[in-house]
Design a protein around this ligand. Structure first.
Ligand code: MSP
Length: 486
């Protein structure tokens, strides 16, 4: 069976899940579910990033030991994903014993290659982002990524010889023009890399909450170096069978802020250890809230669980994907969410299902397949949009099909028909709903299951998205969506 490996970044446990981290995870989940429906054996990985100064400080502020603190927040992440219908196969934590074994074995390889050396780090450090920053990269004296204050650091440290991989990285990008999606980000990275690729400080002396650096226990491993390795420790690198089965990863889903680590540092680390390259880094845009940057201090952080409780996880998932192309930024507002529920989910889909099934339930006979209406579905286009991770585009096409089915019913008024014409129109409509249940599954899994149950069928696979003779035993059930008051 063909395999497919998809990952999310592992989330820092200094804060609870919010709409941004939920978005990354939902995008990965949609890809995972779609690939499963294509018949692939999928491994979908998510987890938590639990070391470093930021976590140490957050634990101290909460009056807890780091371990108690990370245990609590990590389980909060696990509990968030279930109600959002996230179907991960493994949840990795960087405090897992197995992860630490991989980190140490990986270090051995790099050490033996001569890619690790001792030096002095002098520069800036942004604690919230856990990132080292050079003088030239500072923006108005602050962190170029988050704009917050940075600290001056000068200390003995061990370095990874990242700069040695400059030419190999450039070659990797030339050989794989789609290594980073969208392409514009690849150009940006290529430019930055040409101008400025320095060796990377991979240990810290002052940080206690980290994996001890085996070659010099006064140091702990820099949290990003440890974190990136989750993608292979989760597969039990180097010895486990699942590593051979699923590596190289098909897609790392990441936010646009962490592309550098995934498209530069990570491939170079893998090159040094002689491990195959990831196939693709999918970089998504960020969400603002009612036009403003989301932040704790502004008190506008959106809790995805609260939204899912209020509107349903599927409606939230639908909104997040339909509202913007994956790689662009977008704005979250409850009004926009409600208007998509009342418009697209209620009027287009839920009503279509209710009307068709009310009629079909009364009908007890053999339906008839007739070519014609099936031309309204362009599966090649939907699949190709999916393959290029244009999720909003694929959903848009699926919705055009929903609307065309609606129009077909309005135009044909099957409730007024009888004879052969009725058998054909009803068959078309039910077949369309069966196919819609498959197509919407990865976006809205609960809704898809509900629909296919009402159609009296087991949910199909992508290969089943072809018209034929409908053979379910229809039984109307709960409306897919209800109107929401604004
Ligand atoms: N721990 C690192 C990742 C290590 S992966 C080896 C990290 N964690 S994070 O918790 O800060 O962020 C995780 C993800 O959430 C990133 O992909 C980031 O882009 C995403 N988002 C955080 N805020 C966001 C928005 N406001 N909007 C969309 N996504 C955002 O970075």
């Amino acid at each position: 069976m063909e395999t497919f490996y998809v990952t999310t970044p592992i989330y820092y446990v200094n804060a609870k899940p919010h709409i941004g981290t939920a978005y990354t995870t939902i995008v990965a989940d949609i890809i995972a579910r779609w690939k499963r429906l294509e018949g692939k054996e999928v491994f979908f990985l998510t987890g938590t990033d639990e070391h470093g100064t930021k976590i140490e400080r957050a634990a101290a502020a909460a009056g807890k030991t780091p371990q108690t603190f990370v245990d609590e927040i990590s389980s909060e992440f696990m509990n968030t994903w279930k109600p959002l219908n996230i179907s991960y196969d493994k949840f990795i934590r960087t405090t897992d014993e197995r992860h630490i074994i991989t980190v140490n074995e990986f270090l051995d390889k790099l050490w033996d290659n001569g890619d690790i050396y001792k030096g002095t780090y002098e520069g800036w450090y942004c604690v919230p982002d856990e990132t080292f920053i050079t003088d030239t990269d500072l923006k108005d004296g602050n962190c170029p990524s988050c704009g917050r204050e940075v600290q001056r650091v000068k200390e003995e440290a061990y370095f990874f010889a990242l700069s040695r991989y400059k030419e190999d990285l450039l070659q990797l990008y030339s050989d794989n023009p789609y290594f980073i999606y969208p392409e514009s980000k690849l150009k940006e990275i290529r430019g930055r890399l040409k101008d400025n690729l320095k060796d990377l400080d991979i240990t810290r002396k002052g940080v206690k909450w980290g994996i001890p650096f085996k070659f010099d226990p006064e140091h702990t491993i820099y949290v990003w170096f440890d974190a990136l390795l989750n993608y292979i420790s989760a597969l039990g690198w180097p010895n486990d069978e699942s590593f051979n089965k699923f590596w190289p990863v098909d897609v790392h889903v990441v936010g646009k802020d962490i592309i550098w680590f995934h498209a530069v540092v990570w491939p170079a680390m893998l090159m040094s250890a002689g491990i195959d390259m990831p196939k693709l880094i999918l970089a998504h845009g960020w969400w603002t809230v009612n036009g403003t940057k989301m932040s704790k201090s502004l008190g506008n952080v959106i809790d995805p669980i609260e939204m899912a409780k209020k509107y349903g996880a599927d409606a939230l998932r639908y909104f997040l994907i339909k509202e913007k192309p994956v790689w662009e930024d977008g704005d979250f507002s409850e009004n926009a969410l409600v208007s998509r529920i009342n418009g697209e989910l209620m009027s287009d889909l839920s009503n279509l299902v209710a009307r068709t099934l009310t009629l079909a339930e009364k009908f007890d006979g053999k339906l008839k397949y007739n070519e014609g209406f099936s031309d309204n579905l362009d599966m090649t286009q939907i699949v190709s949009k999916f393959d290029s991770y244009n999720l909003s585009g694929a959903l848009e096409d699926i919705w055009s099909f929903v609307r065309r089915t609606n129009k077909y019913i309005n135009d044909n008024e099957p409730w007024k028909l009888n004879g052969e014409k009725l058998l054909i129109v009803l068959n078309d409509a039910l077949e369309a709903l069966r196919i819609i249940s498959i197509l919407i599954y990865s976006f809205m899994p609960e809704t898809a299951e509900n629909l296919s149950q009402q159609l009296g069928l087991k949910l199909g696979k992508i290969d089943d998205c072809k018209f034929g003779e409908f053979n379910g035993k229809v039984k109307r059930g709960k409306n897919l969506f209800e109107k929401v008051k604004n």
